[in-house]
Structures are given as C-alpha cells and as structure tokens.
Design a protein. Structure first.
Lengths: 411, 393
C-alpha cells in the first residue's frame, strides 16, 4: 500500500489500521462472548504453563548427550562395523527420491520448509559427532539438487511430457530403491538378520512388507469382488480375520507358530525371525491394502470394463490394462496411508524382542550414565516418526491432487 | 441370411466353447484351490496341537501380577490366568473407550469452535498424536511420565483425594456398608420409575404440545430415590479416600503404573482419532440446519444439542464403533509395558505349555467375541438415531 503513493506524513495511518485490524481479530476470534473469553484465558494459562514447563526442562534439565552417544545404536542397531556401505546408498537414495518426488508432484510449502529446517537444526548437532557428519552433508546437497531438478523439469513452461517423465522417474526411483535396499543387505555374504536393528530395521520391515503385501492385496481385492463364489468367500474370510486380529497377536504367531504353516522345503519354515515378522506384517497389511483397493475398484465406472470388452480385450486384459490402473490410482491416497501406518506400526516388533529404534531407545536409558533420560530419547524417536509421517501424509495429499487431473489422459 | 433359423450342427468339442461350461469349470477349479488351502492350514494346525484345550486345566505355574476382581495364583488352572488377563483387557478397553470418547468429543467440538485458540490447539493435538506411532506413545507415557512421577513418600496429591506416585496411582472409591443392597434396590426402583415417567411425559409432550419436562422430572425422581434411599438405608456407603502410607497407599482404589500408563496412552491416542470422526460428522451436517435452528430462536447450545448433534451422531456412530474396536485390539500393545493383558498372559501360557496353536485359536476367538460385543454395544444407539427409527430426526 505504502509503495502505491500514500501521502508522506501519515505513516502512522497504516499502523493504526493494523492495530485496529488486530483488535477486531481478537474481538471476533478470541473474545466474542463471555464464555469464549473465559475459555481463551484458561487455554492461554494452560498453554503458557505447558510452554514454560517444556522450555525450562529443555533449557535446564534436558541433556541430549544420550542420543549423540547412541546415534549408531538408534539408527542401525548392532549392524556390524565395516558393513555400512550397504546402508549409505540407501540413505542417499532415500534423500534424493523423497525430494525428487516432491519436486515432481508439488511444491514444498514454506511451512514444511521451516519445519524441516528446524528438524535439521535440532537433529544434526545432536547426531553430529566424530564421524558421520561429513557423510550426511552430500545427502542434503543431493536432495536439494534433486528437488530443484525435478521441479525445473516438471514445471517448465508448457512441458507436459517433462512433467510426466519426472513423475515416471519418481515412481522408478521408488521401485528400484525399496527392493534395492533389501538386496544390498543380502548380496556379498549378507549381514546376519539378527544384527539388523534401529531405525533401519523399521524401514526394512515396513518396505519389504509393503512390497510383498501389494500384489497379495491386489489379488485379495480382486478375489473379494470376483464373481467366483469360492474366491469371494475365501478372500472375505481372510480379510475379516486379519482385520479382527490385533497386530501383536499376529506378530507373536509369526514368532512362535508360523513355522507350523510354512512348507518345510528349502528351510523356509526355519527362516530368521526378522523374515517371519516381515511375512506377518505383509500378511496383515495385505488385508488392509485389499480393503483400500476395493474402494478404488468400485469407483471405476462399469462402462470402462464394457468398453474394454467392446474393444475385444478379454477378461484378464481388461483387468490388467484398464480396470486395475485406475483402481490403483483411485486408492493411492489410502495406500499411502497404509504405508505410513505400516511404518509406524513397525515399532511393534518390540513385542517379539527385535531391537528396532524404540527398543534401542529403551536400551540406551539402561546405561548407567544415561539413566533417567527417557524423555530425551523418546522425544527424538517420536520426532523422527512424526516428521516422516507428517511429510508423507502431506506428500500423499499432493499426489492425490496431482493425479486427480490426469484421469482423462491416462485411463 | 437365407436360413437364419437353421442352427449349426453341434460338433464334438463345442461344449468347451460354451460360456456356461467354462464358468462352471473355473468355478470348480477355484473351489478346489480355496478348499485345498483351507484344508492344508487346518491340517497343519491340527498336527501342531489343534483345538485340544486340555492343557488349560493344568496348573498355570505363574502368577498374574496385576489383577482386578480375579485372584489367579500360580496354583490355579491356566484358565484362571487367562480369565485374569481377559479381565485386564476388558478393564483397560472399557475405561480407555470411555475416556477417549469423552476427550475426543471435546477436542472434536473444539476443532470447530469459533474460538481461534481452542480450534488451533485442538488441531495441534490431533496432528501431534496422529503422526506418532502408538508403541512410542505408550512407552513414553509409561517410562517418561508415570515412572517419573515422585516416589510414594512425596506423592503428588490432588486436593487430598487422589495421589500420584511412580509405584501406584490412587483414587477415592466408595466403601459399602450393611444397607448397600437396600440402597441399591431403592435406587433401581427409582430408575425404573423415572424411565416409565419419562416415557409417559414425553408422549404427552409430543401429543399435546404442552411442555411436560420429561428429562427434568426423571432426573428428579432418580435424585430423590438416590438420596432418600441412602438415608433410609442408614448411610450404607462412605467415600474411601486413599492415604499415603510408607510403602503403599491405604484405602481407595489403586492402579498400577503399568495400567495407568497404558490407559493414559490409549485414551489420549484414540481421542485424536475420535476427535477427527466427531469433527467430520459435525461438519457433514448442512449449514442450513444450524441457521434454521438459529432462525427458530434456539440458543447456541440448543442448536448443537437438538439439531446438529443428533444428525451428526448418525454419521459418527459407525466409525466410532470401529475406533472402539481398534482400541480394544491396540490394548494388546500392553506387553511393551509388561501389563498382564489377554495377549501377554496368552504369550506366557504358550511359553510354559509349548502349545502355540491352541492358544492362538483361543486368543483369536476371544478377540473376535470382544470385537463383536463392542459392535453390539454401538448398534443400540445406531438404531436409535437412524433415519427411519429416529424420532428426533
């Protein structure tokens, strides 16, 4: 306003207007009735008390040395020294894939940027120590580079093909990265699964279970909507059984009894606990994926299938080429929600005694010098999951909006 | 074209091209496959112990640490231990559901409040909890909140009524004396009378249009029966407030830190999801409904209670039922804080009997029955507020 030639000398006019505006805002949004005024005062007092308690704890009591000293345990558990080359590529890949996907599908909002900056500022000094710092710096540079490259490619003027290609590459990145992270753990002699741990175990279990659960979930969803009665009944029974069973019970089943149900050839029945737990997660998640997909399937108009059969496609072809792609796209947000849930629920492996990040965090406070530092460690663990889940859910809502527009071209 | 009605002669393999025959064949194949899978699983389960539950009658050999109403010791049968675990699961589920519904309702309404601060705080709470894994939340509530409470000697008190310490949490409780049964009977009759009066007055109000105050009258009758019965029976109940002893509290009802931590986590965690359900349901009631109610001269609270909430309830009850079932299932995370719930006790039984499959079948059935019971609990209100039956619609 001032730039548009407001008379000099009345520079307090806009300030007065701003004060008036603020006053009106307070009056209408906080003190618009006696009841609301009381509520505001009470809430302000409570908020002030909580902020004060937290701030004074942070300033006077909290000591984050426990995280710095145990960062290796928290991130990778008892992973053998000298085998880190199996993890670093995944770390770099993840940083690049996340930011590329973000660049290809949307824009990082200011709020998200601020949140991640705060996270980085909070976490990096804590994690920074004698080693490990230098290796993380290139990841940030690469991630930023990937974001801007994808953004430039996807949002260059009038380049729909560029955008599509950027999105395709994003999909390809994830398709390579998730199985790749597991392959890296197994090649060249591999690392004993009993030594996988920390946050990396959560990631591995969640992504491996997702990879296994997706095809199985698709089959279950098709089975449940199939016209063959046996398939319908079988899929329905399976899905409802899984949905009625608590996950910890399923995990304990994998721990103690899965070997009774696995075929004995190839030593399959005696695979390591980590694999069995992953199988249990996969079997469990498949039921929820099937339910998410069923919604997507029912949203595909009948006409699509009829058109496919009019074009001469047989049942299998119309399913694979016409119906399923649309169903998967319809239920992508729900599937993303399932993955977020799966990643968070992977902390339930504590039930069967695996050392994931939560168990590692609990172990750190049993070291005599860090006794009683539960708040610091758990806050750190919670923050990691919070940022991941929050970021992923924002990304998936971007994805949803981005894909909503491509319906007519892709179908 | 010349002979359109002349059917082609059937040839030997034509049946194989018949759509119906193909379908029937495929149907048979799928039935075969699915039943083969079911038979395989059943056979494997049978081979690994099946449903023979005889070992459940043997001595348990372990005690259940935290019990409510039950007294299972190591000398009792495994069934008794299992029952103690079931009661613990029920206890944490029932209180957890009640607390999360209460907190969630308040937070959900606050999300839509005209008070900016209340709305933002409620939003912050929901976002904070929903992006946090439940196990982390449970461990935090237990190790970083409950176990960090003061020692029992310097318990944090709440107006001398409740005490919080890292060994246990104590609340006041009613202690019943001699005339408790009489008091209960009088109160029961009072409630029955109140219910009948409520129905009669409500019908009159609806048919004649004259205000008859059914709710107030009914509450009055219950209050009179309660207070009158209490005096008539000679004050049969007294408030038993806890007192700080040297090693434990005296009197009142005492909750173990495991139970309290788990309950706190489950209630606060699920409240966020309940709040989202409540918010969605209230938002789904068209604006016009509220405007119409305002135009009729209803106050803000009346608009909410008489117009908006009854319609929102219809939308929110099915997802709330699912959420309550979720809470009951999630309570099996109790094992990370060593609270002896159904799942924890079941695991111990598996370990000391070696009978994995039968116990799993038992646990699965128990959780299914629990889920079903919760669903049934919600069906009553659903029926009451459905479009077709609801009087208030």
């Amino acid at each position: 306003m001032t730039a548009l030639g407001l008379p000099v000398g009345s520079s307090d006019r806009p300030r007065a207007a701003a004060v008036e505006e603020a006053r009106r805002w307070l009056r209408t949004r906080l003190f618009n009735s006696p009841g609301n005024s009381v509520l505001t005062v009470v809430l302000l007092t409570g908020l002030g008390w909580i902020t004060w308690t937290f701030a004074s704890w942070l300033a006077l009591e909290a000591n984050f040395d426990v995280i710095r000293a145990n960062r290796r345990l928290l991130l990778v558990g008892r992973f053998p020294l000298g085998e880190e080359w199996r993890i670093w590529p995944v770390f770099y890949g993840l940083a690049i894939a996340v930011m590329w996907t973000w660049g290809a599908f949307g824009r990082v909002t200011l709020a998200a940027l601020v949140a991640f900056a705060v996270f980085g500022i909070l976490v990096l000094p804590v994690l920074a120590g004698a080693s490990g710092t230098l290796e993380t710096v290139p990841a940030f540079v690469l991630a930023a580079g990937a974001y801007f490259a994808a953004r430039r490619w996807a949002h260059g003027r009038g380049r729909i093909e560029g955008r599509d290609r950027a999105r395709l590459i994003a999909g390809a990145m994830w398709a390579v990265l998730l199985p790749g992270s597991i392959v890296l753990l197994l090649i060249d002699g591999g690392v004993d699964p009993a030594l996988w741990g920390g946050l990396y175990l959560n990631l591995i279990v969640a992504s491996a279970a997702l990879i296994g659960a997706l095809p199985f979930g698709i089959l279950l969803a098709l089975g449940r909507t199939s016209s063959f009665r046996a398939l319908r009944v079988g899929s329905t029974v399976y899905i409802e059984l899984m949905r009625g069973l608590p996950l910890p019970v399923m995990l304990t089943l994998a721990w103690l009894a899965l070997r009774h149900f696995l075929p004995s050839w190839g030593g399959l029945a005696d695979v390591d606990l980590v694999y069995r737990v992953t199988i249990a997660f996969g079997l469990f998640t498949a039921a929820f994926i099937a339910e998410a997909l069923r919604g997507g399937l029912s949203a595909v108009p009948r006409g699509q299938r009829e058109a496919a059969s009019a074009l001469g496609l047989n049942g299998l072809q119309s399913l694979a080429l016409v119906v399923l792609p649309q169903a998967v796209r319809n239920s992508l947000p729900a599937l993303a929600g399932e993955f977020i849930g799966l990643f968070m629920m992977s902390t339930m492996v504590a039930v069967v005694g695996l050392t994931d990040i939560l168990q590692a965090a609990r172990a750190t406070t049993e070291q005599p010098e860090y006794f009683g530092r539960q708040k610091e460690v758990l806050l750190f663990v919670g923050l990691i999951f919070w940022m991941t889940a929050f970021g992923l859910s924002r990304l998936s809502s971007r994805l949803e909006r981005a894909l909503a527009g491509t319906g007519s071209r892709r179908a | 074209m010349t002979a359109p009605l002349a059917l082609p002669r059937t040839r030997p393999m034509d049946w194989a091209r018949d759509e119906r025959v193909r379908r029937a064949l495929l149907e048979a194949v799928t039935v075969g496959l699915v039943s083969a899978l079911a038979i395989y699983i059943a056979a494997r389960a049978q081979a690994a112990g099946g449903v023979d539950l005889g070992f459940m009658q043997d001595r348990a050999g372990f005690g259940v640490g935290d019990q409510f109403l039950t007294q299972a010791s190591g000398r009792d049968s495994r069934w008794m231990a299992y029952l103690a675990g079931l009661v613990n699961t029920l206890r944490v589920s029932v209180f957890g559901i009640a607390l999360s519904l209460g907190i969630g309702l308040v937070v959900g309404i606050a999300r839509l409040s005209s008070n900016w601060l209340a709305a933002k705080l409620a939003f912050g709470y929901v976002e904070f909890v929903r992006n946090m894994p439940l196990p982390v939340f449970v461990v935090f509530c237990y190790t970083a909140v409950v176990l960090r409470l003061p020692r029992i000697e310097d318990s944090a008190g709440f107006f001398g009524l409740a005490y919080f310490s890292n060994r246990s949490v104590a609340f006041p409780w009613l202690e019943f004396g001699d005339g408790a049964a009489l008091w209960g009977a009088i109160l029961g009759v009072g409630i029955l009378a109140a219910w009948v009066t409520h129905r009669i007055l409500r019908t009159r109000e609806e048919t004649t249009g004259r205000p008859s105050y059914p709710v107030r009258t009914a509450l009055g009758i219950v209050a009179v029966a309660g207070v009158g019965g209490f005096l008539l029976a000679g004050s049969p109940a007294a408030l038993d407030t806890p007192e700080v002893g040297r090693f434990q509290y005296q009197g009142g009802v005492q909750l173990s830190p495991e139970f309290f931590g788990l309950l706190l986590a489950l209630a606060l965690f699920n409240a966020a999801f309940v709040a989202e359900i409540v918010r969605g349901a209230i938002a789904s009631v068209p604006r016009g409904e509220r405007e119409a109610a305002a135009a009729l001269g209803l106050s803000g609270w009346q608009q909410l209670r008489l117009v908006v909430l009854p319609q929102a309830l219809r939308v929110m009850l099915p997802p709330l039922a699912t959420q309550a079932q979720n809470l009951a299932k999630m309570s099996s995370i109790a094992i990370v804080v060593a609270f002896p719930d159904l799942m924890n006790v079941g695991g111990t039984i598996i370990n000391n009997s070696g009978e994995a499959i039968p116990v799993f079948i038992l646990m699965t059935v128990t959780y299914f029955v629990l889920n079903l019971a919760i669903a049934l609990l919600f069906i009553g209100p659903q029926w009451r507020f459905s479009w077709t039956r609801g009087r208030r619609a």
